[in-house]
Design a protein around this ligand. Sequence first.
Ligand code: NAD
Length: 508
Amino acid sequence: MNTGTLQHETHTLLARLGVPESSYTQGDLVVHSPITGQEIARVAVTTESAAQHAIDAAHHAFLSWRTVPAPRRGELVRVLGEELRAEIETLGRLVTIETGKLLSEGFGEVQEMIDICVFAAGLSRQLAGLTIASERPHHRMMETWHPLGVVGVISAFNFPVAVWSWNAALALVCGNAVVWKPSEKTPLTALATHALFERAAAKVGNIPSGLAALLIGDARLGELLVDAPQIPLLSATGSTAMGRAVAPRLAKRFARSILELGGNNAAIVCASADIDLTLRAVAFSAMGTAGQRCTSLRRLIVHETIYDDLITRLKRVYLSVVVNDPRDRNTLVGPLIDARSFTAMQQALDQARSAEATITGGERVILDGAATAFYVRPALVELPAQADVVRRETFAPILYVLKFRDLNEAIALQNDVPQGLSSSIFTLNVREAERFLSASGSDCGIANVNIGTSGAEIGGAFGGEKETGGGRESGSDAWKQYMRRATNTINYGTDLPLAQGVTFDIEK
Ligand code: NAD
């Protein structure tokens, strides 16, 4: 592995993206690339007073931005999309260096940002409310959607920039300002994205300063957003533990929240499944991004009649898949983000062993020149029965495998975890597919047929139930959460009829 140039390459990419040199060479926050484990940058942490100032400035920017016509606001997001398109390779490569994702996934992450910008620019001409039949003569009733205020965004390391764009593109066309605190593990792609936003704002012109702010730091800065009275909506993506900490604090001040938390995603493979297609879908969902997607496949529930065939083939894939530098085109599994993640993986495997699991893979892979990086061979873990370790999300490439006899049993197993993000069924039987998608089927926010659990498109609303937090981001009508709704009733007659036939006649 060529390690010598990684820091240099990072700095070259950041410079090209318009980030000032002092932003990545000076500061207390040391950034390591998971590809080699080496230091690649030093970044200054935002002080609490600077963060407070940014929140106040964002609120001030909101006061004028909310009066700009929505299609004009959409123009800013459209131009942001163009800036991202022009730099897809640069920013995508930086995503790979900072997170360890494969290059195609780094580019894919930026493509997702472009897609949501396109979506939001179109949406800016479609923000629309209902007209509702009034029970009173000569009355009109309608809904109006208004901008909400400053939207706080807290994001996780594994989608270091896409999550900001899902929130920011919608929030901005809806007339809001945005203050973002990315993961402390991935500040570089955030700095680069912020620079591209500033570039787009300069091109469009007349954009209030401070409309999109960036705070660099750890959970303490996140808490500042959680408690800021100027922030009526906080969108927080991360672990369920983070959600448990922020949700009560937000509730205490009656703030809105979009919580996008941990997943524990399952696929059911029925006897009729197309095994070749299933194998490909399972391999990508479970091993892609080294198991570090919120939608990564963590549980495979296989019909007993095809179990041996599927698992034998899957084992071969697990033992042969290329674990290597994610910049290498042949690599399918890159590194874990850090040592903590590796330890959590090994602890989960130890627990599975004590539940009588048979484990294929799971060991550390040491690459030349990357002794302080954490590469692992993905683990396929066959279990005789559901175990506690299966009910937890371990953010690493571990796939637990269980056997089933009838579909009711499989659906019960799949729903028998605290999380409810993504799920799939592999079947060619329409009854099984529809049963899985029905009210008594999968209890997740995402339920797929003959597609893996990971890899959502931006057109649909994204999010999950139960301990995944209940939030919805991205497409469909997710925009409504970023606005406040006013119900307006207008009397254009000369009488004053009251609703529900109530009378209240006063002497005139
Ligand atoms: P994490 O919870 O450690 O951190 C996420 C973010 O929350 C970081 O920016 C962190 O600084 C901040 N944070 C942590 N504690 C906080 C607190 N008490 N107050 C305010 N901010 C706080 O998560 P991570 O390790 O970066 O990411 C992995 C996790 O994120 C996994 O559980 C994964 O499933 C989840 N995730 C969920 C989705 C989704 O859409 N459901 C998407 C991506 C990741």
